[in-house]
Design a binder for this molecule. Structure first.
Ligand code: PLP
Length: 362
């Protein structure tokens, strides 16, 4: 089986797995300690959490603080619902291609949600206007469905000048690209070869939020509940590895991208070719029946547009936003590759996919 669904989730790095095992039981049998306990079990676990926090913090801009969460979805909920302008009833402007974690959460705000359109290239105009009542702006760095990279530095600067709180969903960028400055940034361990069930919210120095979850006051009072040292240690190890391997991983991905473009040269690329994470090959082909293609290529794990949208009968909101009609949007597949993908994997998968598409007459 060939795994080409790196935007849905990534394989766990062996280094992350090793780091986690120590905090499940550990060679001395003391790995299960509660990091909030004052005795030795607790202090050891707390030290592992501190180390991992430093490693995860190194993925973000300098300064600020890292709050561990269960998922990036939770981190985005915290940032969007807990910030001061949102609580004061201001509206939130988001791009048309945000993940549902932002799209749906912004819709819950009392001040309402404005949608900033994107072009055919899947990019928002850095000078796009947003309505005057906007107090929060939320734009993702790298899109999960089509891989486009938004002009975050410019948008963050304009948000700051307008006095708006700026949230960035950096889930698909973390560990791959440097993350620009924002007021709040969300990431998720499982997208960078860490475990599932752990994410982080980074907050710029001086930013305060109202908590969503109250209780024992952990994580600076912002996210109560006992931390999981095993998940956090795995996240920390994955973050450290991603940082160390950022250039090597990127070079590997560029090689795969060049091959992928060649293997799929008669398919149409969705979104910009240049302002894009090259580990995301979102392509379409007229007349393609994607469900049939997926059933004919059972040895390749890939996605129809996006994992979240693929079980839905509705065409992808992101593909509609770049101007595809419902019929065309449904002819898209997404191939996601990365650190552990080989050129041979991609070649074999392409041969199977192209043969199945041709057999359909697409
Ligand atoms: N934002 C983006 C861009 C994503 O791709 C995802 C996951 O697919 C999320 C947010 C949600 O992340 P999590 O699975 O940690 O809730």
């Amino acid at each position: 089986m060939i795994y080409l669904d790196y935007q849905a989730t990534t394989p766990l790095a062996p280094e992350a797995r090793d780091a986690m095992l120590r905090w499940l039981d550990g060679p001395d049998g003391m790995g299960f300690g509660n990091p909030h306990s004052p005795h030795r079990y607790g202090r050891q676990a707390a030290a592992a959490v501190d180390l991992a926090r430093e490693r995860v913090a190194a993925l973000f801009p300098p300064g600020g603080r890292v709050i561990f969460t269960g998922t990036a979805t939770e981190a985005l909920n915290m940032a969007l619902l807990g910030n001061e302008p949102a609580r004061a009833g201001k509206a939130c402007a988001i791009s048309a291609i945000e993940h549902s974690a932002v799209h749906e959460t912004a819709a819950r705000l009392a001040g309402g949600r404005h949608i900033i359109p994107v072009g055919e290239n899947g990019l928002i105009d850095a000078n796009a206007e947003w309505p005057e009542d906007t107090g929060v702006v939320s734009v993702m760095q790298v899109n999960n469905e089509i891989g486009t990279i938004q002009p975050i530095t410019e948008i963050a600067r304009r948000a700051r000048e307008a006095g708006a709180f700026f949230v960035c969903d950096a889930v698909q960028a973390a560990g791959k690209l440097d993350i620009p400055m924002a007021d709040a940034i969300a990431i998720s361990a499982h997208k960078l070869h860490g475990p599932k069930g752990i994410g982080a919210l980074w907050l710029r120095e001086g930013v305060e939020l109202a908590p969503l979850i109250t209780g024992g006051g952990q994580e600076d009072g912002l996210r109560s509940g006992t931390l999981s040292p095993a998940l956090i240690a795995g996240f920390g190890a994955a973050a450290k590895l991603a940082k160390e391997r950022m250039i090597a991983d990127r070079e590997h991905i560029e090689t795969l991208w060049a091959k992928g473009r060649q293997f799929f040269s008669d398919w149409t690329l969705n979104g910009s070719e240049e302002a894009r994470w090259h580990g995301n090959l979102s392509i379409r082909r007229d007349g393609l029946d994607v469900a049939r293609l997926m059933s004919d290529c059972r040895n390749v794990a890939f996605s129809a547009g996006s994992a979240c949208a693929s079980s839905s009968v509705e065409p992808s909101r992101v593909l509609r936003a770049i101007g595809l009609d419902a019929k065309l949007a449904k002819t898209t597949i997404r191939l996601g590759f990365g650190r552990y993908t080989t050129g041979e994997d991609l070649e074999e998968a392409a041969a199977a996919i192209n043969a199945a598409a041709l057999a359909q007459g697409a």
